[in-house]
Ligand binder design. Structure first.
Ligand code: ADP
Length: 346
């Protein structure tokens, strides 16, 4: 049902009041159909109608003033909110506007509380993960140092070996801290991209050469298309190198012995799609959606054994998204995995 406008409501109430007053006068004085009686009735009606209108106008103005004040206060608080989520279209009736504003404000607050709750859970999880990751190498180092202090230092069969193990654990801590630093810079938007035009095929060749030794240890070959043409993209060269390193190193870490990793390029019009395809252990369906989360690993012990921090893919995703591009993964267990991302053509 369409609501009555305040103006019409005011007239109707005034009219009713006037009818009531004039009817009361007629009933009180007794009904006589003479001129004076009619004059009284009409006069009483007009007088009470005007008085009622004036009174109601006065009350209405007062109420409206208060509603407007409330509306202004609610609007002020909404404008202070970090992310006002709803845009309101006013109906023109102040009391409806106030209602809409309060509902929208409550909605903003609800969203804000949800966001803060999620942040709190994330913060707790993040701290838990970080301390858990750092604990292992720290305890290992402590173990080696204590053994060395307990006489191991003088034992030539273990002293050098233990120091080397301790050093390996220090390296691991440095890797974790570097990855954490990279991820926090990417998440806070502190990291400014420095895009330039460069040949992604040449960069991939460069990364392959640098990872050749690691791949050969496992008998894995890293290949580029046979006749690779210069393929120019516009992106942050240093960051994209990091993406290629993370994806190629993963293909070795989770690749099968004597397997192969192919790096392929496809022209997609405005963008170039880059694929890193391996024939390794693959990833089952249920893990795919969570793969890019920080610290998410399919097989924790395998990842740690391979020196993984569980942050590599999260960093990769952040870098690609910072370029306003996308990354996808398709995989079949025991068959292999393909990571593909796009970059703007240069
Ligand atoms: P990690 O440091 O553990 O390698 P990442 O973030 O790089 O962390 O990868 C997350 C997880 O995704 C890995 O632990 C691994 O289980 C899985 N993964 C990544 N790349 C591959 C791949 N090419 N083949 C199979 N599994 C992979």
């Amino acid at each position: 049902m369409k609501s009555i406008s305040p103006k019409n409501l005011l007239i109707i109430i005034a009219m009713l009041l006037a009818v009531l007053v004039s009817a009361s006068i007629i009933i009180y004085t007794g009904w006589k159909t003479d001129h004076i009686q009619w004059l009284w009735a009409v006069g009483a009606f007009v007088f009470s109608f005007i008085t009622s209108i004036l009174m109601l106008l006065f009350v209405n103005t007062l109420v409206l003033k208060k509603i407007n004040q409330l509306l202004a206060t609610v609007k002020y608080f909404r404008s202070q909110s970090a992310q006002p989520s709803t845009n309101i279209e006013y109906s023109g009736v102040e009391i409806d506007n106030l209602n809409l504003e309060i509902l929208a404000w409550a909605d903003d607050r609800k969203n804000e509380i949800e966001r803060l709750k999620k942040l709190e859970i994330y913060r707790k999880e993040y701290l838990g993960n970080v301390s858990h990751e750092l604990k292992t190498p720290i305890f290992n180092i402590q173990g080696y140092v204590l053994t060395l202090l307990d006489g191991g230092l003088e034992d030539p069969t273990i002293n050098r070996n233990y120091l080397m193990h301790a050093e390996k654990n220090v390296d691991r801590m440095i890797t974790i801290i570097d990855d954490l630093e990279a991820i926090s810079q990417l998440e806070t938007g502190e990291l400014q991209l420095e895009p330039e035009r460069f040949d992604i095929a040449a960069l991939a060749k460069d990364v392959i050469d640098a990872q050749e030794m690691k791949a050969t240890e496992k008998g894995i070959i890293l290949t580029l298309p046979e006749e690779v043409k210069p393929t120019f993209v516009f992106a942050d060269r240093f960051r994209i190198r990091q993406v290629l390193v993370n994806l190629i190193v993963n293909s070795i870490k989770y690749g099968k012995e004597y397997g192969e990793t192919q790096i392929r390029f496809y022209d997609k019009g405005d963008t170039i799609s880059i694929e890193i395809a391996d024939n390794g252990i693959g990833i089952s369906e249920e893990h795919i959606t969570r793969l890019f989360e920080r610290f998410y690993r399919v097989d924790k012990s395998r990842s740690r054994e391979q020196g993984g921090t569980g942050l590599g893919l999260a960093i990769v995703k952040h870098i690609i998204e910072a370029h306003n591009q996308t990354i996808k993964v398709t995989s079949t267990e025991n068959v292999g995995t393909v990571f593909s991302f796009t970059l703007k053509k240069g």
